[in-house]
Design a protein around this ligand. Structure first.
Ligand code: ASP
Ligand code: ZN
Length: 714
């Protein structure tokens, strides 16, 4: 039950079987004009679940209620989904294109829980991923289908879907991979917990969704649908387990998924080490794969996983080779009965990697190919292969799999940053990436949203995981040096690209228009990186005249790449203009909390502390705490880990203060020190010290106690 002074916007709809249903979105009066997008998203979600999974709304009335103070994004209470306003309120003045997309995805997510979560629910808390992994997978597919549905050609649809995939994989790598490598590592079905609220994690949700996606990859899209149908026939109205779900997929398709079950019981990110050799005489390509998985708390040794490895071989002309695959076992070659997928211009095979070691042999391969591995990110693993720069540049230009084109460019960027951290010359190391990006910037064959993804460098958090010892200041310097060099190398290209992408017409929420805006704003940030006065003037002008939040926030974001006075002027104006819009001020808090420091700037922590005193800030509101304190501790690596330990003192103070009010939010914040043992020795000692101080605190919540206890035990 929700009680309050609330007003509803309504819509009536006929479900597929012809029943009339009433849809309502309830908000505090005065906000009715920002519910339209949520309502449209709900209608699309209802239609999509009917079409893709044959699942219909089972109620006469379905309600969403939006509240400003909420710990989670939303909650799927039957018939009355409770939402954080962040995932309901939207109009072009206050919401970015990313907000629009996030609303569609969360509205879909909660609606899809009506079947996967409510009609069939979890037998116990350990099974949380039964509903969350599956429902995240469903919302990801929903968003991808919505993007693709509005594309006009098959190629555009493929690259639209790839954009969604890239965004999801970015989150997985930036947040879940570190979790899986740290003190809180747990299988998607944890086998113990002190506080279940701490297990609403990226592992249970996002890795859980990857596990469901692998099931779909293994049995195909139709096979997956058959499995879902059987799952509801067997379990509708009951509380069941993850094993029941896997059994339904296996039984509906007559496949054995016993080994696959290890994804539910073993933590850690598996590694596939691949190496290839072309035998010109025998016209063969040999691909050796070794799999391993690092130890995690309570699990020193791992048994091999069942990994679906989708791959293609890219020939010297840039097109995919025909694939005739054999596997060598005990000196005997056997043909592999793997699923192959032929798309408009690609050929992909899905190999089952089940053992610690495999040798695959591809027959009739004339010229040395370049392997394109784990296409579309076919498994939540890391793939190691010694590509050289020329091979990565080739894949970025030609791979038929758009995800792996992006992946090749990301590898080039990651390798460059790692090289610069190790002392290599930044200009030298950035040249190959600059050449690749330069070629793709104006490639009209590629969706602008996809090109935008190519220009977003891998996050500091992701790169940090590749280092044995992290000096976050050196890492940021190296990554920024790469940015500056690439920006400089393409200096003449930014202004015309930005101008060409500027839409003169009225704002439209359509994906095509949103994709252009995304690329335009990314280009603007690269241009400002050059510190050219024209770039700063262009950003300031865009900020002034923007008629939508994407362009306004995009311009402000670009201005944060400079110490020019336009930056502070724009920040001040934004704060004034949106003083009455808490969700917009969250963007403002978060942008400042994640700022980099430029020549002459004082430490960012000073700004964050000042903002704690801003009239719009409140430690009692979860969104505000996440926007300001959470963004600084979890999203500003170099400033938070300042060598003087000031960030850690701030962390201790904030964790304790928030814990007294809201243990769930405090526990999220506490996790900023999870990876303490990855850092330089001085930082490690300083982090241990504050962890111990918090652990010694008498009235600590069970939530925070579990997090700091596990961090200290690692
Ligand atoms: N079950 C919710 C969700 O994932 C989160 C919550 O428990 O509030 O949608
Ligand atoms: Zn959920």
């Amino acid at each position: 039950m929700v009680a309050g002074r609330l007003a509803a916007t309504e819509r009536r709809l006929h479900t597929r079987s012809g029943r009339e249903v009433l849809l309502q979105v309830w908000v505090e009066p005065g906000n009715e004009d920002r519910t339209d997008h949520a309502m449209q998203s709900l209608v699309r979600a209802i239609r999509w679940d009917e079409e893709r999974f044959g699942l219909e709304l089972d109620l006469d009335r379905f309600m969403i209620v939006a509240v400003g103070d909420f710990n989670m994004g939303a909650m799927e209470n039957k018939g009355l989904n409770i939402f954080n306003t962040k995932y309901v309120f939207a109009n072009p003045r206050i919401a970015t294109d990313q907000d629009f997309a996030a609303i569609e995805s969360v509205v879909g997510h909660e609606y899809f829980h009506n079947w996967t979560g409510n009609r069939v629910t979890c037998r116990d808390w350990f099974q949380l991923t039964l509903k969350e992994g599956l429902t995240v997978f469903r919302d990801q597919e929903f968003s991808a289908d919505m993007l693709a549905a509005r594309s006009t050609t098959a190629a555009a649809a493929a690259s639209a879907r790839a954009v969604k995939r890239i965004e999801d994989v970015r989150v997985l790598r930036a947040a879940q991979f570190p979790e899986d490598a740290g003190p809180m590592a747990h299988p998607i079905r944890p086998d113990s917990y002190q506080e279940i609220n701490n297990f609403y994690t990226v592992t249970v949700y996002e890795k859980g969704a990857e596990v469901i996606r692998m099931l779909q990859t293994l049995v195909g899209r139709d096979g997956f649908r058959r499995g879902m149908d059987l799952y509801f026939v067997r379990h509708d109205g009951r509380a069941v387990t993850c094993d029941d779900f896997v059994a339904a997929i296996a039984d509906a398709n007559g496949v054995a998924l016993g080994q696959f079950g290890r994804w539910y019981s073993q933590a850690g990110t598996p590694r596939l080490r691949a190496s290839g050799r072309h035998d010109a005489q025998a016209r063969r390509y040999l691909l050796a794969i070794e799999q391993s998985c690092p130890p995690s708390p309570g699990q020193p040794d791992k048994a091999p996983f069942h990994v679906p490895l989708a791959l293609g071989l890219v020939g010297p002309d840039g097109s995919d080779r025909e694939l005739r695959v054999f596997e060598e076992r005990d000196g005997v070659l056997r043909q592999v009965a793997a699923r192959t997928e032929a798309s408009a211009h690609g050929r992909t095979v899905v190999l089952d990697v089940t053992g610690p070691r495999h040798l695959f042999v591809f027959e009739d391969v004339d010229a040395a190919p370049i392997p394109s591995l784990a296409r579309n990110f076919s498994a939540p693993v890391t793939v190691e292969f010694d590509y050289d720069e020329a091979q990565l540049a080739f894949l970025a230009a030609h791979d038929s799999d758009p995800f792996n084109r992006w992946e090749a460019a990301q590898r080039l960027a990651t390798d460059a940053v790692l090289g610069i951290v190790g002392g290599a010359d930044a200009a030298d190391r950035s040249a190959p990436l600059a050449a690749v990006l330069g070629r793709l910037l104006e490639d009209e064959a590629l969706d602008p949203a996809f090109r935008d993804q190519l220009f977003v460098l891998p996050s500091e958090g992701f790169i940090a995981e590749q280092l044995a010892v992290v000096d976050p200041v050196a890492l940021r310097d190296a990554r920024n040096a790469l940015r500056r060099c690439v920006a400089g190398a393409l200096a003449k290209r930014w202004a015309p690209a930005w101008a060409a992408l500027s839409d003169p017409g009225p704002w439209s929420p359509e994906p095509a228009a949103a994709g252009r805006r995304a690329l335009k704003n990314t280009v603007l940030a690269w241009w400002v990186e050059t510190q050219a006065p024209e770039a700063i003037a262009a950003a300031a002008a865009q900020f002034q005249r923007a008629d939508n939040m994407t362009d306004r926030a995009g311009a402000l974001h670009a201005l944060l790449r400079t110490a020019a006075r336009e930056r502070e002027a724009a920040l001040a104006r934004f704060g004034r203009d949106f003083a009455d819009e808490p969700l917009v001020l969250d963007k403002w808090f978060s942008m400042q909390a994640t700022m980099h420091r430029h020549a002459g700037d004082p430490p960012v922590l000073g700004r964050v502390r000042a903002l704690l005193g801003h009239p719009a800030f409140s430690a009692r509101n979860p969104n505000r705490v996440r926007a300001l304190v959470g963004s600084f501790c979890n999203g500003n690596l170099a400033e938070f880990h300042a060598a003087d330990g000031s960030g850690y003192a701030f962390w201790r103070e904030q964790v304790l203060a928030v814990d007294a009010i809201n243990p769930q939010v405090a526990a999220r914040l506490a996790r900023a020190l999870d990876r303490w043992s990855k850092f330089t020795p001085g930082r490690q000692a300083a982090m241990r010290a504050v962890l111990e101080e918090v652990a010694a605190h008498e009235s600590l919540s069970a939530d925070v106690r579990e997090i700091v206890g596990k961090a200290l035990a690692s």
